[in-house]
Ligand binder design. Structure first.
Ligand code: NAP
Length: 514
């Protein structure tokens, strides 16, 4: 649609009704669109607030950004990529894959860029969603698929004085394209999946890097390697070769699930591997102690890096576990913490820096899109979801929000496998709902409260003794009460089976008021 025709429709009132509006053009939105197409549903549009596809893989451009799931598992099963350059795909290559996917699936004309969704409201009379876009336009649709992502709202801790800092300050997900670490004194707050990837890169050029670690993560050997040209060609010519690699990578990850859910013996093996990794890469006993985790492996996301520990031994890199007190215009001020680990760590006091990088993760539990989706009784999805624990039936649907599927919703995250497997399963589920609505023009599907309550109890029971709940850590996998609300408790195979189709027994069929 051209800008001219968009403004025309503004003057004429809401556009539509469309069969489906998809919010977001990352893997989730594109995967859902592909599945709609496959089922012959073509009356849909994708609203994307940025000017590019890619979601998190567009936003995270920090040096060294790379997937920590093998690339064999990082393309859609219906559009395999055979020529990944590395065993773990890099961010630019993943984003290019998504651009290519959009072209290949002929979705280019379906994506409307620069369209920031400001409200999604159910119209009880018309049984339609009204999707409002910042700037004034609105669309009507029978169904909405929310694919706007989970790890896309940076979490900025409320440190005293942070706003007064006069040097460069940014979050890892908002990496300035022209940032040059050369000769700079850099503070990095956080030691999660993002930090372990970019700190080794910036440390090569920076004058100094001070890493502020609150909790030491488990870091395992990565074993990355580039994929030789001959192997890429073989994968292209003999698709079975790639399928075998994908199958082996898939099974290895799938089989790990039980260990996390039951805190099984495999975790001790992982911990031994983690300790060996520390001991083989760090000679200094006091640094070894600082980086040795004090919780069970898997409780937080397992990290993989062959360069993290060697980087911490560089003369221009300091790891400090002394808690941050506040910031001044030029420094990070730490505080002595008698109850903490300050006695093992000599860095106390102001540390003068030129740059602060916040590698402090994302707001996962309360992403803002949930506040602007308003259902049948006028409540926002955030209000409905947070009455109890953040949950949705099969991570997808919520009572009072008919004809709406939340992609990568609560309890659909994975600790050990590719999210694309979950996204494809949810896309099929959403498209099955769209097909039903297509066949039944007067109906709407609203998941039964009892079905969701029983699903929520099942999750609590299955996750209650998982390492994510009992492993002795706090993480974004949990809500404020320590309940595991981000992760799926089973295998991806189970999730695929349970989301293969919409079971009408799970839903109330609403008919349009006469
Ligand atoms: P993260 O894993 O949530 O790590 C945030 C870090 O910041 C933690 O070390 C945390 O410490 C620290 N932190 C947060 N608030 C703090 C505060 N107030 N004071 C001091 N430290 C604080 O975030 P992330 O590294 O951006 O990764 C987020 C997720 O993105 C990952 O779990 C992963 O799912 C995904 N990711 C994936 C890849 C990939 O390879 N595919 C790469 C990057 C990210 P505590 O541990 O003490 O809370």
């Amino acid at each position: 649609m051209t800008p001219a025709s968009q403004s025309e429709t503004t003057q004429q009132g809401p556009r539509g009704p469309l069969a489906v509006v998809i919010v977001g053009a990352g893997f989730a939105g594109i995967g859902a669109a592909a599945e709609l197409r496959r089922r012959g549903i073509t009356n849909f549009t994708i609203l994307e607030r940025a000017d590019e596809v890619g979601g998190v893989w567009r936003d995270n451009t920090y040096p060294g950004c790379q997937c920590d799931v093998p690339s064999s598992l990082y393309s859609f099963s219906f559009l395999p990529k055979h020529d990944w350059s590395d065993r773990f795909a890099t961010q630019p290559e993943i984003q290019q894959y998504l651009r290519d996917a959009v072209r290949h699936l002929d979705l280019e004309s379906r994506i409307e860029f620069g369209r920031d969704v400001s409200q999604v409201q159910w119209d009880v009379e018309a049984q339609l969603w009204t999707v409002s876009i910042a700037g004034g336009e609105s669309l009507r649709a029978r169904m909405v698929i929310v694919g706007s992502g989970t790890l896309n709202e940076p979490s900025i801790p409320k440190f005293d004085g942070l706003a007064d800092f006069s040097g460069e300050l940014f979050h890892s997900a908002n990496w300035p394209a022209d940032f040059d670490p050369s000769g700079k004194r850099i503070a990095v707050i956080g030691t999660g999946a993002s930090a372990v990837q970019f700190v080794p890169k910036i440390a090569e050029a920076a004058l100094s890097v001070t890493v502020f670690q609150r909790t030491a993560p488990w870091v395992l050997p990565r074993g990355d390697r580039s994929v030789p040209r001959w192997q890429q060609q073989l994968n292209g010519r003999v698709p079975a070769a790639m399928s075998v690699t994908r199958g082996v990578d898939f099974l290895r990850r799938e089989l790990l699930t039980n260990s996390f859910v039951r805190s099984g013996r495999m975790l001790s093996l992982i911990e031994r591997t983690g300790r060996r990794h520390i001991n083989s890469q760090i000679a200094d006993p006091s640094l070894r102690a600082l980086v040795t985790p004090e919780f069970r492996a898997g409780c937080k996301r397992l990290l993989m890096s062959d360069t993290w520990y060697p980087t911490l031994t560089r003369p221009n890199v300091t790891l400090t576990t002394t808690p941050i007190s506040h910031f001044t215009s030029t420094s990070v001020v730490t505080r002595h913490d008698p109850g903490g680990s300050a006695d093992r760590d000599t860095t106390v006091g102001p540390i003068e820096v030129d740059v602060i990088v916040l590698a402090t993760g994302f707001r996962v539990q309360r992403r803002s899109i949930l506040s602007v989706i308003v259902g049948t009784d006028g409540d926002s999805m955030a209000a409905a979801m947070f009455k109890t624990a953040p949950t949705a039936y099969l991570g997808s649907t919520l009572p009072g929000f008919p004809n709406l599927v939340l992609m990568t919703g609560p309890n659909t995250g994975l600790a050990n496998n590719s999210m694309l497997l979950m996204i494809e399963a949810q896309a099929r589920y959403a498209a099955d709902m769209a097909s039903y609505l297509d066949r039944n023009p007067d109906a709407a599907l609203d998941v039964r409260s009892a079905v969701m309550e029983s699903f929520t109890s099942e999750l609590e029971e299955r996750l209650g003794h998982s390492v994510w709940a009992d492993g002795g850590c706090a993480s974004w996998y949990q809500d404020a009460h320590g309940r595991v609300t981000a992760l799926w408790p089973g295998t991806t195979t189970e999730f695929r089976r349970r989301t293969r189709e919409i079971s009408l027994a799970d839903y109330r069929v609403l008919s349009r008021p006469q």
